[in-house]
Ligand binder design. Structure first.
Ligand code: AMP
Length: 190
């Protein structure tokens, strides 16, 4: 099973991903979390990613695709597949993922887009920045990340629409209600 949770920064992908991964026994792969861990450990990958992440830009596709391929290689036998959170973020990443899945006779089951308006996204990320100290959750970088999303990530939507794998859900409301709607879509797709 391959499920993609999609949507702009601050839409609730991380929170919902935890719930989905637990319920459907999936490996939760967050490229943002992997990058932050690498940055924290000061690895070569972390050091090369740092300037992009801190400026709200996308880390180059070749770096991210290599990192993702490594992460999807090792899945525990008791799990049913992967839940991708924050990947793909460009059409090139989507193409690389689907090519890889096709080579093992698989395909993404569904991409679920969590829709949240910019005003709400900005206030959620400002709050998260204050609570966690996440360096890219500051007004200037948030603005950049939303711009990058609109220009580079939004086109991923039409890529999955063409594959008939795209659904969108209103990301405003109670966490449990949104999770319920996500589960309905996952069950239709598996
Ligand atoms: P996130 O935690 O998903 O909001 O990601 C935080 C930052 O990590 C992003 O603003 C990017 O700089 C970088 N990043 C995460 N995932 C990707 C990706 N799939 N492609 C490129 N950059 C990424």
């Amino acid at each position: 099973m391959t499920i993609i949770l999609f949507g702009p920064p601050g839409c609730g992908k991380g929170t919902q991903s935890e719930l989905i991964a637990e319920k459907y026994k999936l490996k939760h792969i967050s490229t943002g979390d992997i990058l932050r861990a690498e940055m924290e450990m000061g690895t070569e990958l972390g050091l090369s990613a740092k300037k992009y992440v801190n400026e709200g830009k996308l880390v180059p596709d070749d770096v991210i695709i290599g990192m993702l391929m490594k992460a999807i290689k090792s899945i525990d036998a008791n799990l049913n597949g992967v839940l991708l959170d924050g990947f793909p973020r460009t059409t090139a990443q989507a193409e690389a993922l689907e090519e890889k899945l096709t080579s093992s006779n698989k395909q993404t089951n569904v991409l679920i887009d969590l829709r949240v308006n910019d005003k709400e996204l900005i206030s959620r990320m400002i709050l998260r920045g204050k609570a966690t100290g996440r360096v890219d959750d500051n007004p200037e970088t948030i603005k950049k990340r939303l711009q990058v999303y609109a220009e580079q990530t939004y086109p991923v939507k039409s890529f999955y629409q063409k594959l008939n794998k795209y659904v969108s859900i209103d990301g405003l409301g109670k966490i449990d209600d949104i999770f319920g709607k996500i589960c309905i879509e996952i069950e239709k797709a598996i």
